[in-house]
Design a protein around this ligand. Structure first.
Ligand SMILES: Cc1ncc(COP(=O)(O)O)c(C=O)c1O
Length: 426
C-alpha cells in the first residue's frame, strides 16, 4: 500500500489485490483500452444490446419520467427498505407463484446489488469461521464454476470443488455431469452451490441431477444454492427443457443483468424467510438500501407478465441463434486433426472449448491469442477448489463468448483455430 497503513486480515484478503478476478478484469480492460477497434472481444460477460429489449427500457424510463404520481420522485429521492421495494417484492412473489406454483411471499425475498453481491452476502453468512471454532466451506458439486465466486470469502478461500464426470455426447461434443459417488456432504460443508445454466460451460444440470442434489442437501442439513443468472423465468437464456427448482431448503438467485440491465445492479434472493431476513440485515449494514431504478423499471413487467414474453420470445431466441451460429463456426474452423471437444451448448453466453492434450497451458494459449487481437478467457481460472492433484483437463479449456456480432465470432474462431493448429504442431 502506498500510504503504508497496515491492512486488517479481512482488508488484506479482499482489498490487498492480486485476486484472480481482479487480474483478469484488469487484463481484459487494458487489452480493450489499448485496441478497442481492433480487439476481437470473445472474453466478456456483457449481455448483448438487443434493440427490441432496449426499446422496452426506453419506454419504461419515459413512463417513469412522465409519471404524474410519486413513483419517479420516490425512485430517486427515497431510500428503499433494505429488503427491497415493497411493490417489487409483491410483484416478484406473484410472478413466481403464478409461473411455478411456488409458495413464495415477500418474506422469502431480498433484493441485493446484483447477483455478485448476493453471493458475497450468502457465502459469508453461512460459510467461513464458525462460532464454535470450526470452519465451514462452500461445496461446488461440479468444477469448473463461475469465476466470480472464487474470491468472495472474507476470511479464507471458501471452496471445495468436485471433478465432474465427462460424458462424450457426440463427435467433438461432451457434457459434464455431477459425480454423485464422490459427492460427500460432510459436517465441514456450509452449503452446496451451482450455477444453472453454468458460467463458463453452458451446461444445464438435468432435472434429475438437481433433484438428487436437493435431496442430498436436505439429508445433510445444508441449503442448496442455485444461481439462476441465465435461467427461467428471466432472462431464459437456456436452450433445453429444464424445470426450475426451488423448495424450502433451496436458495435461488435471480438477476436483472442478463436481461440487459447490468447497470442497475439488481438481483433478488429467493430463500427461506430466516435467510432472506439475514440478507436484508446485511444490506442495511453494508449499503443501507439497494439501487431501486431496476426495480422500478421492471415492476410493471412482472405484474403484467411482459417480462416472460420478452424473455421467451425475444431474449431466448436471440441467444439460441447466436449459440447455433458459434457452434457452426467452430465446426467449420477448428481442424479435425486436433482432439477438440465443445461442451453441449445448453444455455448462457459462452462456448466451452476443450483442447485435449494441448501441449501448452490455456493461460499461455490465451496470451498467444491476445497477441493476435483475440480475447477469450483461459479455463484454469474456473477450476478453483479442486485441490492440488494434477488434472490436465483444467489447463486445456477456454471460455469463448458468443454474444457479440457474427463477424467478430467468425474472425475470432479463425484465429483460435489457427493458433490451436500451431500449438498442436499441425
Ligand atoms: C453465473 C453468474 N452468477 C452471477 C453473476 C453476477 O452477475 P450480476 O452481479 O450482474 O447479477 C454472473 C455474471 O456474469 C454470472 O455469470
Amino acid at each position: 500500500m502506498s500510504a503504508g497503513f497496515p491492512l486488517s486480515t479481512i482488508g488484506t484478503r479482499i482489498g490487498g489485490g492480486g485476486t484472480s478476478i481482479e487480474l483478469l478484469m484488469h487484463d481484459l480492460g487494458e487489452a480493450l483500452g489499448s485496441g478497442r477497434d481492433t480487439i476481437l472481444m470473445l472474453g466478456g460477460g456483457n449481455p448483448a444490446a438487443i434493440p427490441e429489449v432496449i426499446e422496452v427500457w426506453r419506454r419504461r424510463m419515459q413512463e417513469l419520467l412522465d409519471d404524474e404520481g410519486a413513483t419517479f420522485s420516490r425512485m430517486l429521492g427515497d431510500y428503499d427498505p433494505p429488503r427491497g421495494s415493497p411493490a417489487f417484492l409483491e410483484a416478484m412473489a406473484g410472478l413466481l407463484r403464478r409461473e411455478f406454483g411456488w409458495e413464495v411471499t415477500p418474506d422469502n425475498l431480498a433484493v441485493t446489488a446484483g447477483g455478485q453481491t448476493a453471493f458475497f452476502l450468502l457465502f459469508n453468512l453461512l460459510a467461513g469461521d464458525m462460532p464454535d471454532g470450526s470452519r465451514r466451506k462452500v461445496l461446488l458439486p461440479m468444477a469448473p464454476e463461475y469465476i466470480g465466486y472464487c474470491d468472495l470469502g472474507l476470511t479464507m478461500p471458501l471452496f471445495e470443488a468436485k471433478r465432474p464426470r465427462i460424458e462424450h455426447t457426440g463427435p467433438h461434443r461432451f457434457k459434464y455431469r455431477v459425480d454423485f459417488d464422490s459427492l460427500d456432504i460432510g459436517p465441514d460443508v456450509a452449503l452446496v452451490c451451482a450455477s444453472r445454466p453454468t458460467n463458463p460451460t453452458g451446461n444445464v444440470m438435468t432435472d434429475d441431477e438437481v433433484r438428487r442434489l436437493a435431496k442430498r442437501c436436505r439429508e445433510a442439513g445444508v441449503p442448496l444454492v442455485l444461481d439462476n443468472a441465465y435461467g427461467t423465468p428471466f432472462p431464459q437464456i437456456i436452450f433445453r427443457e429444464a424445470t426450475p427448482y426451488w423448495d424450502d431448503n433451496t436458495i435461488l438467485t435471480l438477476s436483472l443483468s442478463k436481461l440487459g440491465l447490468p447497470g442497475t445492479r439488481t438481483a433478488v434472493v429467493v430463500a427461506p424467510p430466516e435467510i432472506a431476513r439475514s440478507i436484508q440485515a446485511m444490506t442495511s449494514i453494508t449499503g443501507l438500501a439497494n439501487n431501486n431504478v431496476g426495480q422500478a423499471i421492471i415492476t410493471p413487467l412482472l405484474e403484467s407478465g411482459e417480462i416472460i414474453r420478452l424473455s421467451r420470445e425475444v431474449i431466448q431466441p436471440f441467444y439460441k441463434k447466436k449459440a447455433a451460429h458459434a457452434l457452426k463456426v467452430a465446426a467449420a474452423t477448428l481442424p479435425d486433426n486436433i482432439d477438440y471437444h465443445l461442451h453441449e451448448s445448453e444455455g448462457a453466453l459462452f462456448l466451452w472449448l476443450w483442447l485435449r492434450g494441448l501441449p501448452i497451458s490455456s493461460r499461455e494459449f490465451y496470451e498467444r491469442l491476445k497477441a493476435r487481437g483475440v480475447l477469450v478467457l483461459p479455463g484454469e481460472f474456473f477450476f478453483y477448489g479442486v485441490g492440488e492433484e494434477d488434472w490436465p483437463h483444467s489447463r486445456e479449456c477456454l471460455r469463448i463468448s458468443f454474444s457479440m456480432d457474427r463477424e467478430t465470432v467468425e474472425r475470432g474462431f479463425e484465429i483460435i483455430a489457427d493458433e490451436a493448429a500451431k500449438a498442436f504442431g499441425r
